[in-house]
Design a protein around this ligand. Structure first.
Ligand SMILES: Nc1nc2c(ncn2[C@@H]2O[C@H](COP(=O)(O)OP(=O)(O)OP(=O)(O)O)[C@@H](O)[C@H]2O)c(=O)[nH]1
Ligand SMILES: [Mg+2]
Length: 364
């Protein structure tokens, strides 16, 4: 899973990036146009640790998440109607956008527009991304119409129709997320990587003095959750970044003192999984315990394919058990004797927290 961190200048994007990716990219100075921070971070998972401990696996492999942190979208970008090409190319490949919205006050760091107005910022980014998508749509439409005049292929015609619908939506400043597309239509335009089609996580970045108001702030932004494929979280990025740089015991003490129950990292990941409809399953044994990410609704065969393409081809069945049951039993034979290990076939829909023991024919 890859997430793009976007927003206006100086709103805390790189601070959020550092918190999530446990990295040390420079903050404060304006990130220059075209500069991109990339990082892959492990997803912390208590369940993975417990499974690895139970099986005494020498190797523990967490699922990972990729983050892309780009420069802020400025007024001149908007006026020129042109976002940086490198940034756009990078953002087109992400699975979701995390839009960092500034709520913290800091006189030393003035907002580029002079005042703090989160709703204005949300709108201006939405507009900017809609314009970027519209440019692509229009360019493609011009070329396709020409081709269609010569070749008259039915698939060209259906793509033209679909792109015209996209164009009308974007011209109304609505995101492509708002379109109810069929699987086929979705496939047809997937390759463009339209920004306004990507699921959106609004990250409300509050200051350390606003922690008590976090619930209220969340309520103020809850209206955005009603929009398609949009989620909202509130976090204090700077504080969380400082916490994430402490050692584990100190972090726990501070979090307790400040009434934070879960780290920003945990909440961000949870929200992203929910937004993208993803779940985690595990494989475990004496060699390696590993966490994997899978879209909800996918089957044991799809899961087998994530682990190894040969397992997908030669899939026989999957011995399946919930991770907590397996840890409680202590071993596969115990779990089997208690009747908790189920044999599941090709059509079994993998559930959150499943441990899969995949049985497959060798394929050559
Ligand atoms: N007081 C306070 N300051 C913050 C907070 N988050 C970020 N800042 C400050 O805001 C400034 C900008 O932070 P960055 O993380 O670099 O912001 P950015 O959005 O990446 O900035 P650009 O990439 O230049 O657009 C830094 O000086 C941070 O210390 C916060 O929660 N509270
Ligand atoms: Mg930055």
């Amino acid at each position: 899973m890859k997430i793009g961190i976007v927003g206006r200048p100086q709103v805390g994007k790189t601070t959020v990036f550092n918190t999530l990716a446990q990295s040390n990219a420079e903050i404060g100075g304006y990130t220059s146009r075209g500069q991109i921070n990339l990082s892959t971070a492990n997803i912390p998972d208590e369940r993975l640790e417990q499974l690895a401990e139970t099986f005494e696996s020498p190797k523990m492999t967490p699922a990972t998440i990729d983050y892309v942190d780009v420069a802020g979208v400025t007024k001149s970008d908007v006026e020129q109607g042109e976002l940086d090409a490198g940034m756009l190319a990078e953002l087109r490949t992400v699975d979701a956008l995390a839009h960092v919205v500034r709520l913290f006050e800091n006189e030393a760091v003035p907002h580029v527009d002079g005042t703090l107005d989160a709703e204005r910022d949300i709108e201006s980014i939405a507009l900017e991304f809609a314009l970027a998508d519209l440019q692509i749509v229009e360019g493609r439409l011009t070329r396709l119409r020409k081709q269609y005049q010569n070749q008259k292929l039915p698939e060209q015609q259906s793509e033209i129709r679909l792109l015209e619908t996209c164009q009308q939506t974007l011209e109304k400043s609505e995101p492509l997320r708002a379109l109810a597309l069929s699987t086929n239509e979705e496939k047809l335009i997937r390759g463009y990587g339209f920004l306004t089609q990507k699921p959106l996580l609004l990250v409300c970045n509050i200051g350390e003095t606003q922690l008590d108001a976090a619930d209220e702030i969340f309520k103020r932004f809850i209206k955005y959750k009603a929009e398609p494929q949009t989620a909202v979280i509130v976090l204090a990025a700077q504080l969380e970044m400082e916490l994430s740089q402490l050692d584990e015991t100190d972090t726990e003490i501070f979090m307790e003192e400040m009434g934070l129950h879960e780290s920003a990292l945990e909440r961000f990941i949870q929200a992203s999984y929910q937004l993208l409809g993803l779940l985690t399953f595990f494989t475990t044994g004496p060699v390696e315990t590993r966490a994997w990410t899978l879209p909800e609704g996918q089957t044991a065969v799809d899961a087998a394919g994530r682990v190894h393409t040969d397992f997908e081809k030669g899939f026989i069945r999957s011995e399946t058990i919930n991770w907590a049951d397996l840890v409680a039993c202590g071993s596969y034979p115990q779990a089997r004797s208690k009747g908790l290990l189920r044999a599941e076939g090709k059509t079994y829909q993998v559930q959150e927290g499943d441990v899969l023991l995949i049985l497959a024919n060798p394929t050559n």
